[in-house]
Every structure is written in structure tokens, then in C-alpha cells.
Design a protein around this ligand. Structure first.
Ligand SMILES: C[S@@+](CC[C@H](N)C(=O)[O-])C[C@H]1O[C@@H](n2cnc3c(N)ncnc32)[C@H](O)[C@@H]1O
Length: 489
């Protein structure tokens, strides 16, 4: 990966919902790793880009310590500016190289490294894994994402096409010129193949449509960087193991599920006799998966592979789905970000999701959920609810997190957004909610975020936004910002 490309074409860093510390802690505890509480811990982000994953965490957990570094001076300067404007005194950001970064061994409870491993040379990859192992506390958890085979092999064809076009443009050209030349060439090849009703032509047209909708910094760094080496999951695990790290699980439970793949696959996977790594490798092939977000820990941790109901019940639960309509035999839910509607049979799973989806502002403890579910669910003993929740969690409808040690909400009268969100809302990029998720917001929604600083009532915010648009739009903007989880109240 060439450094100058990030200086010339900075990367747009997003918050990673699955790397929110309370979620990472939940995954670790479910696997028997007693990681430090997010409220009192230390976090290292390697290749932190412009800091927009690390800084919202630093604001949320003021008594924890956050360290981020990146090779790109442009990224680090942007991150430092944001940290100082948001008055974050618990973050240290530096321009550093993976090969040269030094820290006290075993001092970080959480290590996050997103979008770096596959885009550096194999030699530097070894150093990255070694740094993770060295930096991580004995009970720590590391989040690492990387491109995997076989799914990325197919995308590699698009990379070949873009690189051919960029190369023809000449070596001295800027990232934007290379990208333009690459995309033009892709278009040329796709249209040259459009009459051939073949898989290659269809694949190129679909790929072109997908890339045209993606952020240009992502397309450039994913498809035109010098390195982008997808690996077999089993090979990644082996290399991590050599550095003293083992695979714990994927950050999203959904990624480990095979429930939708049918009985033949279930039978085949059962035959692997508890070899979870072989099972995971097979899942990559079955799903043609291109990308993984894995959690790692030290080899010395004895991992708990059978879920303990007691640990699960001690977590808190949330969902990004809201009930839209209840029909005689089904319930329609809406995913709050994409707006996608999902209709499910009105069984106990759907009814439990409905209970949880009414908790708009945050997490629900297990005991509270059982209490609220009493009136809705036929089989409402604790055991049954654990079973329902587990299915919802494994299918991606429910998220788990360790409970907050102290109450996070304040009175609902005067909504307040995070300082980082207010900082982001002023510029054009994405804005991060308190659920640690980045969103493209409309002009009116950005205004709501800027105005929600804890000094104005809901009516005052709506009034000010209505002055530059209209009342209906102002109300809709405020409702959406609240629904996406931007307000502490
Ligand atoms: C694809 S970007 C991902 C950035 C960020 N983690 C995110 O998700 O937005 C890769 C990042 O790795 C950084 N990087 C590349 N090589 C590095 C190295 N040797 N040491 C430190 N950072 C490096 C780049 O500067 C860039 O910010």
C-alpha cells in the first residue's frame, strides 16, 4: 500500500457498529473471556484513518483511554482536529507505522484494526498480527477485518479490469485520474461484452453498477491500491496462531449462522464434529464470502464454545427493526436505516421482536424483556425467551451488549447529540449516532443534530428547522434523527 495515495486521496472513515465496545465485550464474555468493562479500559486502533470510529467511542467512555495511529499524516491531522474541537482529552493520536509503533506489552483491552490487513504487504501483515498480540491484554479482544477467498476472488476480476484501465493512463497520474480511467475502461469492456449473453458480461455490468454507487475513496483504495491480498480464512487463522492469537468468533453472530442453508448443508456441517474452524471455512465457500470481521484473543484463553444461558441473560438487547404493521397472521417490520420492510409470520419470535422494537432509545435488560413479553408470548418462561432471543440474535434481528455501568440517559426535555456528531454534522460527510453507526443525513437532519445541544426543547428545534424548510419536513427530520439514535434523551 503506498502511503502517498492516502495523502492524496483520504479515506472516509465510518463508525463500525459491530466494534462498539459493549458489543465486543458481549461477544468476549459469551466466549468465556472476561474482558475489561468498556467504561474503564484502554483501546488501540491501528490504521485509525480520520478517527471517526475511535472518537465517538472516546466521547462515550470518558474514563477509558484511547490510542489511535495511522501512517497517513493527512488522516491523523484531521483526526486530531476533530478530537480537539470535540474536547476529547482521553485520546492520543499519532502518525506512526505498524512496523515501528511501540507500546507497553499487554496494555490494551481492545485492539481494533479495520480495513488494513488485506491492503498491506504480507511482510507487514506479519508485523500487524505480532503488534496485535503484543499490545493486547491477557483477557483482551481484537477486532480485525480482512478480505477472504473465495468471495474476493470474483471481485478480483473487477480489480484486474480497473487496474488495466488505470495503468493505461500512465504511472504519474493522480488517484482520481486513475479511478476515472479505470471506470471508463470497465464501462468499455462491459459494453463490449453486453451482446454476449455470458457470465463475464453480466458480472462486469453488475460490478460497474455497484462501484458507481460506492464512495470513490473506497473504490480507489479497494481496487487500485498496490496490495489487496484476500486470504483463505484457515490460512489467516494459522498465521494469527503463529503470533499467539486465536480466532474467537465473528463480530456479527449472523455471519456464523448456517440456519438458512437447508438440511443437506446442516447435515454436512454436523459431520465436521465440532471442528469450528473447518465449519467456518466451509461457510465461506458456501456463502462465497468476500470479507470477514473476526474477533481474536490470546491463545492462552480457554474459549467457551457452548453458550451459557446465564451469561446471555446478563446482557442487554436492542434491535434496528420497528413494527410497521400487524396483520392477522403476520407482522411487518421496518429496518430503520434502509427502510426495508420484512414480513414475518406472527409467531413468538416476531412477537418478542415487537416487544423489543418498542424500546426506541436503547437496550433492554433480559428481566425487563420477560416482564414486557408476558402479555404477548404464549411460551413465556425464561428458557423459552432465551431460545427465541438466541434465534433472533443469530439471524441478525437483535444485537447484544454488556450493560452500561451507569445510567446513560438524561431527561427527555432537551435532546442532546454527541459532540462528535455535532462536529460531523457541520461538514458534508457521514454523521455517527449513539448506536455507533454512521449515516448520510439530509440538510434538515444535520440541522437537528447541530441544534440538539441540550439547550433547546423539541419544539424550539423543530421551529428553527421549519424556518429554513417547512413544518412537515422539520418534524420528519427530528423524528428520523431520534429514531436513528442520535439523542441521549
Ligand atoms: C482502507 S483505510 C482504513 C482506515 C480506517 N481504519 C477505516 O476503516 O476507515 C487503511 C488505513 O491504513 C493506514 N495504513 C496503511 N499502511 C499503514 C501502516 N504501515 N501503518 C499504519 N497505518 C497504515 C492508511 O493510512 C489508511 O488510513
Amino acid at each position: 500500500m503506498s502511503v502517498s495515495s492516502y495523502e492524496e486521496k483520504p479515506y472516509a472513515t465510518f463508525a463500525l457498529q459491530e466494534a462498539e465496545l459493549r458489543r465486543l465485550a458481549a461477544m468476549a464474555r459469551l466466549h468465556g473471556v472476561d474482558v475489561a468493562s468498556p467504561e474503564k479500559c484502554s483501546v488501540l486502533e491501528i490504521g485509525c484513518g480520520t478517527g471517526m470510529n475511535l472518537l465517538p467511542l472516546a466521547e462515550r467512555y470518558p474514563e477509558s483511554r484511547f490510542v489511535g495511529f495511522d501512517l497517513s499524516g493527512a488522516h491523523i491531522r484531521e483526526a486530531q482536529l476533530a478530537a480537539s474541537q470535540c474536547h476529547l482529552s482521553n485520546v492520543t493520536l499519532s502518525q506512526d507505522d505498524i512496523g515501528g509503533f511501540s507500546c507497553e506489552p499487554g496494555t490494551f483491552d481492545y485492539v481494533i484494526c479495520h480495513g488494513v490487513f488485506s491492503w498491506i504487504s504480507p511482510k507487514l501483515q506479519e508485523k500487524l498480527l505480532a503488534l496485535c498480540a503484543r499490545a493486547l491484554a491477557p483477557n483482551g479482544v481484537a477486532f480485525m477485518s480482512y478480505n477472504v477467498l473465495p468471495g474476493w476472488r470474483q471481485r478480483g476480476v473487477l480489480r484486474d479490469v480497473l487496474q488495466t484501465g488505470a495503468l493505461a493512463k500512465g504511472r504519474g497520474s493522480s488517484p482520481d485520474e486513475q479511478l476515472e480511467a479505470g471506470m471508463e475502461f470497465l464501462q468499455l469492456v462491459a459494453s463490449a461484452r453486453s451482446n454476449e449473453n455470458d457470465a463475464y458480461g453480466r458480472y462486469l455490468s453488475e460490478g460497474m453498477a455497484r462501484l458507481s454507487e460506492s464512495h470513490s475513496s473506497y473504490v480507489f483504495h479497494e481496487y487500485l491500491e498496490a496490495f489487496n491480498e484476500p486470504v483463505l480464512f484457515s490460512h489467516f487463522v494459522e498465521r494469527a496462531g503463529e503470533q499467539g492469537l486465536q480466532w474467537m468468533c465473528e463480530a456479527k453472530a449472523l455471519m456464523m449462522s448456517s440456519d438458512d442453508l437447508g438440511p443437506k448443508v446442516a447435515k454436512y456441517l454436523e459431520g465436521l464434529e465440532g471442528d469450528i474452524l473447518a465449519r467456518e471455512q466451509c461457510l465461506d465457500v458456501l456463502r462465497n464470502r468476500p470479507f470477514r470481521e473476526s474477533l481474536l484473543c490470546h491463545n492462552a484463553n480457554a474459549l467457551q464454545r457452548d453458550l451459557k444461558a446465564g451469561v446471555f441473560k446478563a446482557l442487554e438487547f436492542s434491535t434496528d427493526y420497528r413494527e410497521q404493521m400487524t396483520l392477522p397472521n403476520s407482522i411487518v417490520f421496518k429496518e430503520i436505516v434502509s427502510g426495508r420492510a420484512v414480513e414475518t409470520p406472527a409467531d413468538d419470535h416476531a412477537r418478542l421482536l415487537k416487544v423489543l422494537s418498542r424500546e426506541h432509545d436503547g437496550q433492554m435488560a433480559f428481566a425487563e424483556m420477560c416482564e414486557r413479553a408476558k402479555a404477548e408470548i404464549a411460551a413465556n418462561d425464561e428458557r423459552a425467551i432465551v431460545g427465541l432471543l438466541l434465534t433472533l440474535w443469530k439471524s441478525g434481528f437483535v444485537h447484544c451488549a454488556v450493560p452500561a455501568m451507569r445510567e446513560e440517559r438524561v431527561s427527555g426535555e432537551r435532546p442532546q447529540c454527541s459532540r462528535v456528531a455535532q462536529f460531523q454534522a457541520v461538514s458534508e460527510g457521514v454523521v455517527t449516532s449513539l448506536r455507533h453507526r454512521s449515516h448520510d443525513l439530509s440538510h434538515q437532519e444535520r440541522m437537528c443534530v447541530q441544534l440538539a445541544d441540550g439547550t433547546r426543547s423539541v419544539e424550539q428545534i423543530e421551529g428553527e428547522v421549519a424556518r429554513v424548510s417547512d413544518e412537515v419536513m422539520a418534524k420528519a427530520a427530528l423524528r428520523r434523527v431520534r429514531e436513528l439514535g442520535f439523542f441521549t434523551s
